[in-house]
Ligand binder design. Sequence first.
Ligand code: EPU
Length: 364
Amino acid sequence: MSTVSNFQTQIHSQIQVKANFDLSSFNTLSLPCIAENFARFNSMSELLLLLKYAKTKQLKVKVLGGGSNMIMQPSVSGLVVQSAMQGIEKLSEDDTTITYAVGAGLNWHQWVLKSIELGAYGLESLALIPGTVGACPIQNIGAYGVEVGQIIEEVRGLQLSSGQWMTFSAAQCDFSYRDSIFKKQFKNNFLITQVIFKLSKVFKPQVSYAPLNTMAEQFLAAHDDEPLDQKFLTAKQIAGWVIEVRNSKLPDPSKIPNAGSFFTNPIIPKSQADELLTQFPNLPAYSVANKDSVLKIAAGWLIDQCGWKGKSLGLAKMHDQQALVLTLKSGASQQDLMNIQQAVQADVKSKFGIQLQPEPQPFN
Ligand code: EPU
């Protein structure tokens, strides 16, 4: 039963499919984009109604999260759907762990703050990462020594091609650096509805990342003479420091359009890294877990060395505080983004022989 009025199709009392919907404020790069059709869903039954509608109208379904890791194309065909499901449900608990199922539509940072409030620890280092809970497994978000794949127990959702409900264990998600099965075999074919997190009831501070380590040392030194209970680091404190570090390096997307790190840190053969290190002894190169034959190189350093930090091209600019972050000025187009992306890639390739790969995925 559907009624059409003013480019809006009411397919159920709660769901509206909006035609020619402007997505420019639904992506953190603020790129201009019009979706042929757009709808949000509040429940599994609404989602099923939307999928039925898409099938009847022969519209390809495309899933949008927080729009913080995508390069929107000027127009997107089919039906763009976005989850508004934000429930947090406790599934189980034992002496040391607590497991929650969280709706894909919840804002990631809100969930991190809520988990701390609930006394469920492990996500502190991932504070302030833009995006939604549903998007976090796709690129295995990570920061300050923690990757979300270490804390995820399961990912639940729906395979779009078959309409089949599926659950992936953490092992089946095949997490690695900024990668998962949802960027490979299930790319563009899986709608995540819920993520299950196994968190710790015992707080263990993760301060291996240098700036956080310095902050922790300063804090402990300043509390040297105080009672023992005031010397302890708390999860709230670590989250606060992470927010401070991020704010000092990364632009706020609500003020300066950006998608966080624009390129992934390249993983190259150790032999190639050793050669580069003889020529560039300051090159930041890190080991990769379980992979002895490769090293991960700091793409921000490579871009910085090519003179791109704070440099503009057209309406795009590599950020002053972190050369890895591509920012856009008001009115920038996909072409501005592409121009600077290609120029940076060409310079890094010619100076270091390394091909940088963009982290955000095209959405069209
Ligand atoms: N560096 C420079 N110049 C720059 C930027 C960085 O010399 O302009 C050097 C730094 O001095 C440092 C090294 O490069 O020695 C690494 O820099 P940083 O610690 O800022 O981390 P990153 O490797 O650039 C990664 C993640 C970030 C995450 C931080 C902290 C990727 C692609 N990015 O950045 O994640 O917050 O580590 O863990 O892995 C994101 O994915 O959007 C993101 C912000």
